[in-house]
Structure formats: structure tokens, C-alpha cells
Design a protein around this ligand. Structure first.
Ligand code: 4NP
Length: 174
């Protein structure tokens, strides 16, 4: 039995719409962190507000379900400046998302002060040897193979993050 005394490390996954890539990344990363018994909380949001409070895209839900991931209870939301004080790590799915987040990070520091802004920014694929620093391609106008690619890449990158957390964040290992 482990007695949890530390606050969890908080990770936020970001894409454009928060209905395809980042909800998939949220559930897959949560799965691998939980399997490794890590004290990590995972959430997701979008840089846009195109789909407020919408469930993930049916195609994302369908392909995820085939691998055992349930996305059905998630609801889309837009990233906020407060996320930069509440989350330790914010993961961008592609380079457009990352540059958007860099602008918001600057605004968050102006708004809250640098001492309050915890969040570090990185790509989802930052440490993934199989997709190193590659964008997670947007499947929204794509087909089945594009949704499978999202899952493949989320699984690969999430496993790489777990290894990174095990090596760099000893406090999250139960
Ligand atoms: P996501 O995919 O960023 O992976 O959630 C998209 C979802 C919706 C739109 C674009 C991308 N859209 O233009 O509505």
C-alpha cells in the first residue's frame, strides 16, 4: 500500500479542436501513467473554441474503442490562461498548437506573474524515438488510417513520456 501525500503532477494535452487528437492523447497517456502507477493527472483542451462542451468526434471514439479506450465521457473546452498556473506540463500535438501555447504562456506570465506560471511546454512527441518531435497530424478531414495513426502515435509518445517521467520525476512514482 502506498500513502499518497504529494499533489499529483498535472499534464494537459492540447490540439486545435479538443475533439480528435488531444482527447485521444489524454486517455492514452492516462492509461500508461496509471499502468505505471504514477501520481499524474491528465486533462485536455483545444486552442480554439470550435466545439465547446462537445464529446469527442465519433471517429476518434470508434477507433479508440477498438483498442479499449473510452473517450465517451470527455467534453471539449478551450485552454485558458489559468491552465498555465494549474498544470505542470502542457503538451502540444503539433507546431501550430505549440506556437499558440507559447503566446498564451507569455500572456499568462504578464497576467499572473512568472512565479505563478508552473507550466512547461513541449510537443507530445518530444521524447518519442519513433516520432521524435514530429507533429501529430490532424485527422479531422482524413480517413480511418489517419485516426489509427493518431492512436499509434499517442501510444508511442505516451510510453516515451512515462519513461521520461520515471527518469526525471521521481516524486510521481508511487
Ligand atoms: P483536433 O481536430 O484538433 O485533433 O480536435 C480538429 C477538430 C475540429 C476541427 C479541426 C481539427 N475543426 O476545424 O472544426
Amino acid at each position: 500500500m502506498s500513502l499518497q501525500t504529494q499533489a499529483p503532477y498535472q499534464v494537459l494535452c492540447i490540439c486545435l479542436g479538443n475533439i480528435c487528437r488531444s482527447p485521444t492523447a489524454e486517455v492514452v497517456l492516462r492509461h500508461y501513467c496509471s499502468e505505471a502507477q504514477m501520481n499524474i493527472v491528465v486533462d485536455s483542451a483545444g486552442t480554439s473554441n470550435y466545439h465547446p462542451n462537445k464529446a469527442p468526434d465519433q471517429r476518434s471514439q470508434f477507433h479508440a474503442k477498438q483498442r479499449g479506450y473510452d473517450l465517451s465521457t470527455l467534453r471539449a473546452r478551450q485552454v485558458t490562461l489559468a491552465d498555465f498556473i494549474n498544470f505542470n506540463l502542457i503538451l502540444a500535438m503539433d507546431l501550430d498548437n505549440l506556437s499558440h501555447l507559447k503566446r498564451l504562456h507569455t500572456q499568462a506570465i504578464q497576467h499572473y506573474g512568472a512565479d505563478q506560471v508552473l507550466a512547461k511546454l513541449a510537443l507530445m512527441s518530444e521524447h518519442d524515438p519513433d516520432y521524435l518531435k514530429q507533429a501529430l497530424p490532424d485527422p479531422y478531414y482524413g480517413e480511418a488510417a489517419d485516426f489509427e495513426r493518431v492512436l499509434d502515435q499517442c501510444e508511442s509518445s505516451s510510453q516515451a513520456w512515462v519513461v521520461y517521467f520515471q527518469q526525471h520525476l521521481p516524486q510521481v512514482n508511487n
